[in-house]
Ligand binder design. Structure first.
Ligand code: F0G
Length: 400
């Protein structure tokens, strides 16, 4: 047994092929190995490889992701996203994944596991990106796809994308947290395989965002890695990635994690502000619909990630995150609103002296600019989009 599932609280172990998402004690499970396999030279060499699994920014790190035969891997491939530098800040653009968000990194692993355990149908609750990713990978693997989305609360582009790939969309009359509770019950009762980030294989794939950005930086760890925080899968995955990279000697020092929430959906920030004395649950509201989440499922893993990396949790208002989005968009990079919490958070943490001058900062942009066009079109200034008659005079007048 080279890898297994282990409870993060009571450390009870289960076989890697057992279909379960939580321990009998109720806590979350993580994929565990005796030690982290693979090494930097091997990962660097694979960057030149031509096979899909070498080109995948997930499976390039396969020894440390999942013990599976190469021919059993369901990969698009994904990852291998760009790292941009603008005004001294680095941006790892996970919106450049095949379905336009970071979710593909976890989904390739979860769907590979779904096939391995013989699942015929997979499901998730989603604010839109997980559902699009699930639908694409299910289509590739020939599995039935069912997504539970909060009715009327998902961007049109994400919903259209999910439907285009062929998934069944159940529009739940309630918020994301209600859809999440419902999909957990449904999967348990109806024998459907659950691929939300409560599924520990999702986390294994999402670790590779961090490993790939370390690789982009020639394994010189930055001072800060900044990530949006909603359901807390990424924060959890990034903590595990850094813990494993440090233990394996891939990096000499730990970067600090900064998880950023929208102030209208800030249960994790509230807990952090009280030294994690209490877990908060709330009814969430923010323009960043991807992270409109009030009861994040990976809370306990994310607390460990912040503690182990000497990390921080910050909150930003909708105005602050939309201002940061305008900056990122005008760089010619672009991202969806939730992703822009990162730069908004950096601005706030710098102003507060938490991030110091000269520190190297990587923001992880989680979703593509086209994921939420409503958020853009609602804010276009009148002078930027002008309807005209098809005449040269009209053009000249518009340019004046
Ligand atoms: N950014 C984007 C673009 C997202 O879609 C999400 C989550 C997050 C950030 C937050 O990441 O949940 O790991 O803390 N979207 C999920 C979904 C909930 O259903 O697509 P997290």
């Amino acid at each position: 047994m080279s890898e297994w599932l282990e409870c993060i609280a009571c450390r009870h172990q289960y076989a890697a092929t057992e279909i379960r998402y939580t321990c009998d004690c109720g806590e979350l499970l993580e994929v565990t190995r005796e030690r982290t396999l693979g090494n930097r030279a091997l990962f660097d060499e694979r960057r030149q490889g031509r096979s899909a699994i070498d080109q995948s920014g997930v499976w390039r790190f396969r020894e440390a992701v999942m013990d599976v035969a190469p021919e059993a891997i369901v990969t698009h491939p994904e990852g291998s996203t760009r790292l941009y530098e603008r005004e001294g800040v680095l941006f790892k653009h996970e919106g450049e994944n095949p379905t336009g968000s970071f979710k593909d990194r976890g989904m390739t692993v979860a769907v590979t596991q779904a096939v391995r355990v013989g699942a015929t149908a997979i499901a998730c609750a989603s604010t839109g990106n997980t559902s699009a990713s699930l639908a694409a990978y299910a289509a590739q693997a020939g599995l039935r796809a069912i997504v539970f989305v909060p009715a009327g609360k998902v961007s049109g582009g994400k919903l259209a994308q999910t439907l285009a790939y062929g998934a069944l969309a159940l529009q739940v009359r309630g918020d994301f947290d209600a859809a999440m509770q419902l999909v957990r019950q449904a999967c348990h009762q109806l024998g459907i395989y659950l691929v939300n980030s409560i599924n520990p294989f999702r986390i294994e794939g999402q670790k590779t965002t961090v490993w790939e950005l370390l690789q982009d930086l020639e394994w010189q760890a930055p001072d800060w890695i900044v990530v949006p925080a909603g359901n807390l899968g990424n924060t959890s995955a990034f903590g595990k990635a850094l813990r494993e990279a440090h233990a394996a000697g891939w990096i000499e020092r730990m970067p600090r994690l900064a998880s950023i929430q929208a102030s209208g959906a800030n249960p994790f920030f509230r807990s952090f502000s009280e030294s994690f004395r209490e877990r908060h649950r709330m009814s969430a509201e923010t323009i960043a619909s991807a992270i409109r989440i009030g009861d994040p499922v990976s809370y306990d893993k994310a607390v460990a990630a912040i503690r182990e990396t000497n990390g921080v949790v910050e909150q930003v208002s909708d105005d602050e995150l939309m201002a940061a989005k305008r900056t990122i968009d005008r760089y010619g990079i672009g991202c969806e609103p939730a992703s822009a919490t990162t730069l908004a958070g950096v601005r706030k943490l710098r102003a507060a002296g938490v991030i110091k001058d000269g520190e190297r900062v990587v923001c992880v942009l989680t979703g593509h600019v086209l994921k939420d066009t409503d958020a853009i079109m609602k804010n276009v200034p009148a002078e930027q989009m002008i309807e005209i008659d098809p005449t040269l005079e009209a053009v000249a007048a518009a340019l004046a």
